[in-house]
Design a protein around this ligand. Structure first.
Ligand code: 5CA
Ligand code: ZN
Length: 417
């Protein structure tokens, strides 16, 4: 699928220290492994109700990680999917009386416009699930052949078609299940149904077994599954297949929001392990904490959304939106309020004054501070504090422009001022 256009990223004199991220199990800061090829997979949007500030926070966080890895001298292969077929997308299309493909196309377009405005670096491989159907089918066939999956025929009367099967991964063949999230079975059962799981499907060997293939139901889009029967893939498998096809087993970093820790990232990993007989799927995981609004997680299902495109249409500077998001560390939940945008606009005005007046005074120091903050668990709030201190010192200098500081803010923080 066509990706969005890339922002220019200035070259820097400063080399970043190695990127360290907190280990989600121990809290300890650990270097991201960069001895082999560096591959990053970030879970992309389900294209409806995009891009709200929660989505934007997630994609900016991984944009910072990619910039930090590049500034440390690494080439990064960045992969992002689009979940362009899924139950909630179909439900929204039905509700709004619009074709699901038109809805997806419209929202993907909107998302691209927002990513360009926010200056996020595009992935090299931007992959829609719909364009990968033969690969999804082949992967499920292999899991069945290897005895890791089982079929549950769908009742013809219920589905309205003949020969449809739901297919599940048999978790009992995967002793590593649970190790990616570190969650207990009790924690898993608590959220599974709310996060797209189907614990009540009769016939499942384990209520948590993830759906690999949903047999066709009448009126639903479906693809030829060969010996699987007609249907479409399960959500977790889609990301397993796309990540393996473009990065292979043992890639560097898997990203998304904390709402994906379980089941999505746990199941994606365990499926890959079943398929390849090796581990790990990803060496490291990082998750963007949840952005709230009106007292609750910002989410499409609740409708408490602040959309980037709406703010842009109101004339808000996209760099102010980016600065609001950068002012919160990725691992801390936070709630958006409009005064944060006002504050970011004031901050940008101060920074712009200093950039025009400081004539690059202390440029190396501030560039190094910003770069070091980002290498330290993507600590963007500390980077902002360093720029604040620099700007306070130099805004009244009247000595001319500061191209070196401008370049550092652009390359490391994605802020073109
Ligand atoms: N298509 C799947 C991933 S394969 C999906 O979760 N799509 S999404 O459109 O619902 O979310 C896109 C990304 O934004 C995901 O990484 C999700 O974890 C993240 N996200 C969703 N809501 C929030 C929020 N309120 N705060 C922070 N991140 C969020
Ligand atoms: Zn995903």
């Amino acid at each position: 699928m066509k990706t969005w256009s890339a922002p220019s990223v200035p070259a820097l004199d400063v080399v970043s220290p190695p990127l360290r991220l907190r280990d989600e199990h121990t809290g300890e800061l650990r270097e991201v492994p960069t001895d082999g090829p560096v591959g990053v997979y970030v879970c992309g949007i389900t294209p409806y109700d995009t891009t709200h500030l929660g989505h934007a926070a997630t994609y900016i966080t991984f944009d910072l990680a990619i910039r930090a890895l590049r500034t440390a001298g690494h080439e990064v292969t960045y992969v992002q999917n689009v979940t362009d077929i899924d139950d909630p997308l179909l439900e929204r299309a039905e509700r709004d009386g619009i074709d699901w493909q038109d809805l997806a196309a419209r929202e993907i377009e909107l998302f691209h416009g927002d990513m360009v405005a926010l200056r996020n670096i595009p992935p090299q491989h931007y992959v829609g699930v719909v364009e990968t159907m033969p690969r999804q089918v082949a992967v499920i066939q292999q899991l069945l052949r290897d005895g890791h999956a089982y079929r549950l025929p769908v009742d013809d009367a219920e589905s309205g078609v003949t020969g449809a099967n739901d297919i599940y991964l048999d978790l009992s063949t995967q002793p590593s299940f649970g190790s990616t999230s570190g969650w207990t079975r009790e924690q898993m059962l608590e959220v599974f149904a709310d996060r797209g799981g189907d614990p009540d499907r009769p016939g499942k060997r384990d209520v948590l077994d993830p759906l690999l293939w949903r047999g066709q139901r009448v009126g639903e889009p479906h693809w030829d599954g060969g010996e699987l029967g007609p249907g479409r893939p399960g959500w977790h498998l889609e990301c397993t297949t796309i990540a393996l096809d473009h990065l292979g087993m043992g890639f560097t970093l898997q990203g998304g929001g904390t709402d994906l820790i379980f089941p999505h990232h746990e199941m994606s990993a365990v499926q890959a392990e079943a398929l390849t007989g090796s581990s790990p799927f990803a060496h490291r995981y990082a998750h963007q904490a949840m952005v709230a609004y009106d007292g609750e997680k910002m989410s499409k299902s609740k409708g408490n959304l602040v959309k980037v495109s709406v703010l842009r249409a109101e004339g808000v500077d996209p760099m102010a939106i980016r600065l609001v998001l950068l002012d919160h560390h990725y691992a801390t939940d936070w709630e958006y309020s409009h005064d944060q945008l006002t504050q970011a606009q004031q901050r940008l005005a101060t920074w712009r004054r200093a950039l025009s007046n400081a004539a690059d005074a202390d440029a190396q120091e501030v560039s190094r501070e910003v770069t070091a903050a980002l290498a330290n668990d993507l600590d963007s709030p500390s980077a902002i504090a360093a720029v604040d201190a620099w700007a306070a010192k130099h805004q009244d200098a009247a000595a001319g422009d500061s191209p070196t500081v401008r370049a550092a803010l652009d390359a490391v923080l994605g802020l073109s001022l």
